[in-house]
Design a protein. Structure first.
Length: 255
């Protein structure tokens, strides 16, 4: 029986994108589970407690970190010569202490030019792609590489600050419009196309949904801008229930 890959990842576009990348590049079945910082340690430990680890070849923890107690448990499994290969990949600076473990790789950036050592910001998705390409010697299809880059641009906000390209934002909008399960199914299928095949990032139905969502976001930002309170110290105060990233960025641009 072919062994499975287990992925425990963050719930945002970068975490979901990372899971999609791993599922697309891994051999055999991939089980994906998502968590946030309040519950990721519980989810990791639940998997270690309940799963038959002999049925799994790989455990990936991506775009999120674990606490010291969970890390020590993972370290014990790693040192026990278990057949389970553990790999944590994260790009958040607060997780860099985990680099003391062989199974963890935390980096906020990638080397852009080996001569000048210029760097660019990383994301969970870009770290996963690099891991498969450079550590596991997997050939990366062009569509997978492009998907990883679009997700990285959204997570680092370079889509707005550098590239002025709305595609990464539209991917994020679609995730929260159609839901995680449908988004994963859609893009896992898309990333399995052969190099050279024509493809569109969005179906006509997706495009209609995205246009509608953008109108809703613009109306929401207009409404919240009218509610903005500015203090004597030139500090703006606003309460938001949704679209926090887009709202904060646009309010800064407007004022």
């Amino acid at each position: 029986m072919e062994k499975m890959t287990k992925v425990l990842s963050h719930t945002d576009l970068d975490g979901v994108g990372t899971a999609i990348i791993i599922a697309s590049l891994s051999a055999g079945d991939t089980q994906i589970e998502y968590g946030d910082y309040p519950n990721i340690d519980r989810r990791v430990n639940s998997f270690l407690d309940k799963a038959d680890l002999s049925r799994y070849s790989n455990l990936f923890i991506t775009d999120i970190s674990v606490n010291e107690e969970t890390a020590e448990r993972l370290e014990a499994i790693h040192r026990s010569n278990s057949s389970l290969a553990i790999q944590l990949l994260d790009h958040h600076k607060t997780a860099q202490w985990l680099n003391k473990y062989d199974w963890a790789y935390v980096s906020t950036s990638h080397v852009k030019n080996t001569l000048t050592m210029d760097r660019y910001l990383s994301s969970g998705t870009s770290l996963a792609l690099n891991h498969f390409e450079h550590e596991l010697d997997v050939v990366i299809p062009n569509v997978v590489r492009e998907f990883a880059e679009q997700v990285r641009r959204y997570d680092t906000w370079e889509w707005s600050d550098v590239y002025k390209d709305v595609l990464p934002k539209e991917l994020n909008d679609l995730l929260y419009t159609i839901g995680r399960e449908q988004f994963v199914a859609t893009y896992t299928d898309l990333l399995n196309i052969q190099d050279g095949e024509d493809f569109d990032w969005f179906t006509s139905e997706h495009r209609t949904l995205l246009d509608q969502r953008q109108k809703e976001i613009e109306a929401y930002i207009k409404k919240k801008d009218e509610q903005l309170t500015v203090t004597d110290n030139n500090v703006g105060i606003i309460f938001a229930e949704s679209h926090v990233s887009e709202l904060g960025n646009e309010i800064c641009n407007l004022h």
